[in-house]
Design a protein around this ligand. Structure first.
Ligand SMILES: NC(=O)c1ccc[n+]([C@@H]2O[C@H](COP(=O)([O-])OP(=O)(O)OC[C@H]3O[C@@H](n4cnc5c(N)ncnc54)[C@H](O)[C@@H]3O)[C@@H](O)[C@H]2O)c1
Length: 413
């Protein structure tokens, strides 16, 4: 028997757990949010219900496979009359992660939920997309997330239909794909994974935010990003990125090792081309402690013959040693890539990302996704508006709701 206690002045309801067996199949509960642990009250789900939707919910039967989309703490009773005081003025960011039950996600999701990526005052909702085969594992992932008691993690949902999972997402981190095994090149995955990214592109086009940022990780990521972008014409092409930040990080590490410095001294490293063995890690423009890398290292033979080869084959060597492709360092590089997109790039530096080539200043063929140096910058108008609004009440609205739309402007260096 499902119960909803309704307050006429405040459209929130106390919902009995028996009505929560599936939050997606129950329209009344379609806006439930995970409420994090507080000492004074139990964790639970907060639901906003529009007055014209008020009715007693009926517990829906579990579907034929007996699957549920919410778990334990994400489904339990919560006193919805209690005032929900958010600790922050920032509005929730909806983040979709595909391949959420995979190795890379296993590292990434916890970084996202901890606030390491979008900031310690930024609440997030995680929408996890898996494949039919990985659905049970996806439930396991959600269980680990609830056990972690992240205060910024306000909502978790799981599913295997991209049209449901991508609804209103502002970020789509597309990891889910068949990974490369020993002896395989990334291009071998093209047929299998191309279809996945065409379908996901269509889904993003139909239901995601019009300004969604899409970071494609599943290989071959450049081609997959292009396929995804072509299937999502409603989303600006500049919002699509293929992850080459791992290669940049690997190149920075090798240059630092060779120069005998810590890697925070290495800057201006570009990965040109694809995330594959054909990529070109650029040591000519790289800097170590502000000086050209080739002057500091002073071993042009190593730079020309060994360095490039090491970076091109680092992933393959790792797979041979470990029997699977890199996961933790990939998740770290995704964090770096996202931060680079939402933070203005320091003067004189740049970062690498696979971007759509139309209009590029380097003479690279048009209509492909190719890694090149990029910068994020705030538009001049936004800097001015920021200054003007700083001392008014509207500043909070501007900073938390509107300025993110202007901040993430990426231009090629
Ligand atoms: N760009 C890079 O720098 C980089 C680095 C490392 C790995 N990768 C690529 O990332 C991808 C994932 O790697 P991983 O180690 O996490 O693999 P994994 O096998 O551990 O996880 C992949 C997950 O994706 C799921 N999946 C498969 N098809 C799906 C679909 N259509 N929709 C949603 N989920 C789906 C699988 O069930 C699995 O759980 C691989 O393609 C790998 O080659 C890219």
């Amino acid at each position: 028997m499902a119960i909803a206690e309704l307050s006429p002045s405040y459209p929130r309801a106390r919902v009995h757990p028996s009505s929560l067996s599936s939050r997606f199949s129950n329209p009344l509960l379609s806006r439930c949010r995970f409420v994090p642990l507080r000492p004074s009250r139990p964790n639970g789900v907060l639901c906003s219900i529009a007055p014209n939707q008020i009715q007693v919910p009926v517990a829906p039967p579990a579907d034929s496979a007996g699957k549920k989309e919410c778990f334990g703490v994400f489904c339990t009773t919560y006193d919805l009359k209690a005032e929900e005081k958010t600790k922050s003025w920032k509005s929730l960011i909806n983040i979709a992660v595909s391949g959420a039950a995979g190795m890379i996600s296993n590292h990434l999701l916890f970084k996202l939920a901890s606030g390491e990526v979008f900031g310690s005052d930024q609440p997030i909702a995680l929408k996890l997309l898996g494949s039919e085969r990985s659905f049970q594992a996806l439930e396991g992932v959600a269980m680990e997330l609830e056990d972690s008691l992240y205060p910024l993690l306000r909502e978790v949902s799981i599913g295997i239909d991209p049209y449901e999972v991508f609804q209103d997402v502002e970020w789509a981190l597309l990891i889910g794909a068949k990974p490369r095994g020993p002896g395989m090149e990334r291009a071998d995955l093209l047929d299998i994974n191309g279809q996945i990214f065409a379908e996901q592109g269509k889904a993003l086009n139909a239901v995601a935010s019009r300004n969604a940022k899409v970071l494609v990780v599943g290989n071959p990521c450049n081609t997959n990003a292009l396929i995804c972008m072509k299937n999502a014409p409603n989303i600006p092409a500049k919002n699509f990125h293929a992850l080459t930040r791992l290669d940049e990080n690997r190149a920075k590490c090798q240059l630092a090792l060779k120069a005998g410095v810590f890697y925070d001294k290495v800057s201006n490293v570009t990965i040109w081309g694809n995330h594959s063995t054909t990529q070109v890690p650029d040591f000519l423009n790289a800097k170590i402690d502000g000086r050209p890398a080739k002057e500091v290292i002073n071993d042009i033979k190593w730079l020309e013959e060994e360095f490039t080869n090491i970076i091109q084959n680092r992933g393959g060597v790792l797979i041979k040693k470990w029997g699977r492709s890199s996961a933790a360092s990939t998740a770290v590089s995704m964090v770096d890539a996202i931060k680079s997109l939402i933070t203005p790039t320091p003067e004189g530096d740049w970062f690498s990302s696979g971007v759509y080539t139309n209009g590029n200043p380097y003479g690279i063929a048009e209509d492909i996704v190719f890694s090149m140096p990029c910068r994020s910058q705030v538009c001049d108008f936004c800097v001015l508006l920021d200054l003007l609004l700083r001392f008014s009440f509207s500043y909070l609205l501007w900073r938390n709701y509107f300025s993110p739309y202007f901040r993430e402007m990426v231009t090629m260096s």
